[in-house]
Ligand binder design. Structure first.
Ligand SMILES: N[C@@H](CCC(=O)N[C@@H](CS)C(=O)NCC(=O)O)C(=O)O
Length: 271
């Protein structure tokens, strides 16, 4: 049996083209670079959203009833962590060097801004926005031969889907998310102006948990050509991070968005 403590093993349920998964994995990589001795042992497990593995009975029951990635499981946890911010907070408790005391207030304030909106409203293409994100859980519920338990888990996922995605693409909601994204970018820009001085990471030569989240979000915004939301300074910072070994360890040179030239996600090696 695995006991809680330093030797515990964790599993990060992960999809390589999920923004919030990328943020989480980048945090793990940066923490390990800062201090390999305190870095938790985390294996990365693919949850292939393209094959709806997030809607399997096993995933919905044992990992995340919301059917989303990322999620962190372990016998050392009382229950799975099913939100990227919760996973990062757990990581920062284990590796406090990711949140240096004298930067804590700034980091928390910019993280609050980053988590004040869901980036999907900004990164979904025009056509998809028109039709909305299909509720596949509701479609699966049409099947006649579902077991009672699986039916209940799909019903919960379907309700969550409606809550999460129903109003995401209305003009008012997109306008609101764009305004929040600009506030995040503005505050990041000010922090870069004050602390960065041409170095790789936001606060100089050592990364923090904020680099993991901010750089991944900016990478995605650049991948979907939303430079209109970014400042020049923020783009320069992100370009530096995206050229780093640390980012390469997460993406292996891939973009944050899947395209056919990358092949099937199930065949990606390394993940
Ligand atoms: N608040 C969550 C958001 C996670 C999220 O939106 N995950 C997306 C991929 S980036 C997902 O799993 N989508 C599949 C679905 O919702 O069915 C977090 O920060 O972890």
């Amino acid at each position: 049996m695995t006991m809680a403590g330093e030797s515990s093993f964790y599993t990060l349920h992960y999809f390589p083209f999920s923004l919030y998964s990328l943020m989480t994995r980048f945090g793990l990589v940066l923490g390990r670079r800062l201090n390999p001795h305190t870095a938790p042992k985390v294996q990365i497990k693919l949850v292939n959203l393209h094959r709806e593995e997030n809607l399997s009975e096993e995933y919905l029951t044992l990992v995340n009833p919301r059917g989303q990635v990322p999620a962190l499981t372990s016998q050392a946890l009382a229950s799975p962590l099913t939100d990227s911010r919760d996973i990062s907070e757990w990581l920062c408790e284990k590796q406090p060097e990711l949140v240096p005391d004298h930067r804590r207030t700034t980091i928390q304030s910019i993280m609050d801004k980053l988590y004040s909106f869901h980036a999907m409203a900004l990164t979904t293409g025009r056509e998809e926005r028109k039709h909305g994100i299909p509720n596949r859980a509701a479609e699966l519920l049409e099947k006649k031969d579902l077991g009672e338990h699986y039916r209940r888990t799909l019903e919960m996922k379907s309700v969550f889907h409606e809550l999460c995605y129903n109003d995401m693409f209305t003009a008012a909601s997109i306008e609101n998310v764009e305004a929040k994204a600009r506030e995040f970018v503005q505050e990041l820009d000010s922090a870069l102006n004050e602390y960065n001085k041409g170095q790789l990471w936001i606060f100089g030569d050592r990364p923090t948990i904020l680099d993991a989240h901010a750089a991944a979000l900016i990478a995605r915004l650049m991948d979907v050509r939303r430079q209109d939301l970014l400042t020049q300074r923020v783009q320069e910072y992100a370009k530096g991070v995206l050229a780093s070994e640390e980012w390469n360890e997460v993406t292996h040179g891939r973009t944050t968005l899947w395209n056919a030239s990358l092949g099937h996600v199930a065949d990606l090696n390394p993940l």
